[in-house]
Design a protein around this ligand. Structure first.
Ligand code: HEC
Ligand code: HEC
Length: 482
């Protein structure tokens, strides 16, 4: 047989043995079209829950809209309409980081931390751009897992794990004489003592907040009967001991608490829950705190964000009421009243492929952690859409050991270095960056990362690997339909 013919025979044989291999499975990518599955939503006007869209109870729509506006406000240090930024911060606007595919979401394609800081708009000239922030990479928050020794090496006996803010207000005209340096990101990088987190989206967050612990525990008990090596746990809130649920490690209890923490940690704005300007973990726990020249930069006193006792009169009483609460209350209300994403039944790949993909998602064991529906929420004293509702979040809200490949060596509450909350997959179809550090934009890579030494998801990932190419494609189409 001549070599050419032999090659041809081999190719035909291969086609028989591996049907479909010619069309290897690919991530269909970010689903185009309606934002979050909602045809009338826009990037700056995401939709509220159905009952709130009907303004039930009266005034709820005003609170949602006012919260949406505050979520997009740009903060300055002093002398403007929205003061209190800094002395350290990661960004100057909630919606900068929570932007994709609409306000409330996650990292957009063009990294605002890079764009705004590179152009010197939010920061003074004192900031240098850390090398891990790039124009088209994810927005990032940084932690150092360990404190440093005096010789500049990480001390593995001294766990740190707190957020190291990226930027300082030093050099801004509205920042007075405060002159703090940025943390040494290059040292942290060269000693491999740095980890990243990207924003989690908040669509449907009010539903997650309103699930009773008993519903979560019943789901965990049902899941315990698996033979896939999966045994999740819950993270708990240190104050009242109930199950906590927000953040990559389910470290945070409620939307109000998260809003208050984000306001202080991401933007440096003190508030009614966190009343002191925040030093870096090293400056506080192992040092002397912030210098006096960097305190009360807003010149308004503390907390920088407070209840508004006096507001402008408005002929619409609901609009007037919505001006009274502090920003953190309105941030929380906006997120609580934000509608969950609506999946597509046809895009990508068509209805038949999506429904085959959903069946495979259940069959291989993804659904054991990514519980498609938690049913149902507690009665709600906020608005009817939040009560007795199914939560189609594709998460059990449990934390699972995800192995050495995903571990970030940061402990938060009861979650250890390799434990993460099962990432809710609702809205996944329009997410760009994936996994807690945004290491990939490719669903296949995200799935492969589930397998590593010590991961509870390894068996399920192997089950996925043994699907045929067209079955894997169905599963990917299903994921991008969410
Ligand atoms: C610099 C970018 C950045 C800014 C600005 C920012 N966030 Fe976030 N947000 C994050 C990151 C990163 C996480 C994930 C944190 C983690 O779990 O480690 C997050 C998570 C959250 C969550 C948790 C959602 C869930 O289900 O896990 C809420 C709620 C939230 N942010 C609210 C806010 C609010 C309110 C503001 C404005 C006050 C804000 N964020 C500003 C980056 C940002
Ligand atoms: C043992 C529980 C578990 C199983 C089983 C599991 N996952 Fe996950 N999944 C997680 C956790 C935890 C994360 C977050 C990990 C991280 O970011 O480090 C995650 C993250 C993801 C992400 C990224 C989402 C985001 O917001 O960035 C995708 C996509 C995903 N899983 C899909 C799947 C698919 C498909 C399967 C089945 C083949 C599967 N998972 C099986 C627990 C699980």
């Amino acid at each position: 047989m001549k070599p050419k013919k032999f090659a041809l025979v081999l190719a035909c044989l291969a086609a028989l043995v591996f049907p479909g291999r010619a069309f290897a499975q690919t991530d269909p990518g970010v689903r185009p079209g309606a934002i979050n599955g909602q045809p009338t939503a826009t990037a700056t006007s995401p939709l509220p829950l159905a009952s709130v869209a009907g303004n039930n109870p009266t005034g709820s729509l005003e609170f949602f809209q006012n919260g949406l506006a505050r979520f997009q406000e740009i903060e300055v240090v002093s002398g403007g309409a929205n003061n209190g930024l800094g002395p350290r911060f990661n960004f100057n606007q909630c919606s900068g980081c929570h932007a994709q595919p609409a306000v409330g979401g996650t990292s957009p394609a063009s990294n605002p931390e890079f764009q705004v800081i590179a152009n010197g708009i939010a920061s003074g000239s004192a900031n240098t751009m850390p090398s891990f922030l790039t124009a088209n990479g994810p927005t990032r928050e940084v932690r150092f897992p360990f404190f440093f020794n005096s010789n500049g090496n990480p001390n593995t006996n001294a766990p740190n794990g707190g957020v190291e803010d990226l930027f300082v207000v030093t050099g801004r005209p509205d920042a007075g004489s405060c002159s703090l340096p940025q943390p040494s990101f290059s040292v942290a990088q060269s000693t491999n003592n740095i980890i990243f987190r990207i924003p989690t989206p908040v669509f449907g967050a009010g539903l997650l907040e309103n699930i009773d612990d008993s519903t979560l525990l019943a789901n965990q008990a049902a899941q315990a009967r698996n033979n896939l090596g999966i045994s999740g746990a819950f993270n708990h809130n240190g104050n009242d001991g109930t199950i906590s649920r927000f953040g990559w490690k389910a470290q945070n209890k409620s939307l109000l608490l998260f809003a208050a923490e984000a306001y202080n940690v991401e933007m440096g704005i003190t508030n009614e829950i966190f009343g002191q300007d925040r030093p870096l973990p090293g400056e506080d726990q192992m040092g002397s705190g912030l210098p006096a020249s960097c305190l009360n930069l807003s010149k308004t006193g503390y907390p920088e964000d407070a209840t508004n006792f006096t507001v402008a009169t408005n002929s619409d009483p609901a609009a007037q009421n919505a001006q009274v609460p502090s920003d953190i209350v309105l941030f929380a209300e906006f997120m609580r009243l934000l509608a969950p994403p609506t999946p597509s039944t046809t895009t990508p790949g068509g209805a038949a492929s999506i429904s085959r993909g959903q069946a495979l998602f259940n069959a291989v064991g993804c659904a054991t952690c990514h519980t498609p529906t938690l049913s149902s929420t507690q009665p709600s004293n906020v608005t009817s859409s939040l009560g007795s509702a199914p939560v189609n979040a594709f998460s059990d809200i449990e934390i699972h050991h995800m192995g050495t490949g995903l571990a970030d060596n940061v402990s938060q509450g009861g979650a250890g270095g390799d434990q993460f909350r099962t990432a809710p997959l609702w809205g996944l179809g329009q997410r760009i960056f994936l996994l807690h550090d945004g290491r990939t934009t490719n669903l296949l890579h995200a799935i492969q990362a589930h397998q590593s030494n010590g991961s509870e998801a390894s068996q399920v990932e192997e089950n996925f690997d043994s699907l045929s190419t067209s079955q894997q494609q169905d599963l990917l189409n299903f994921l991008r339909s969410l």
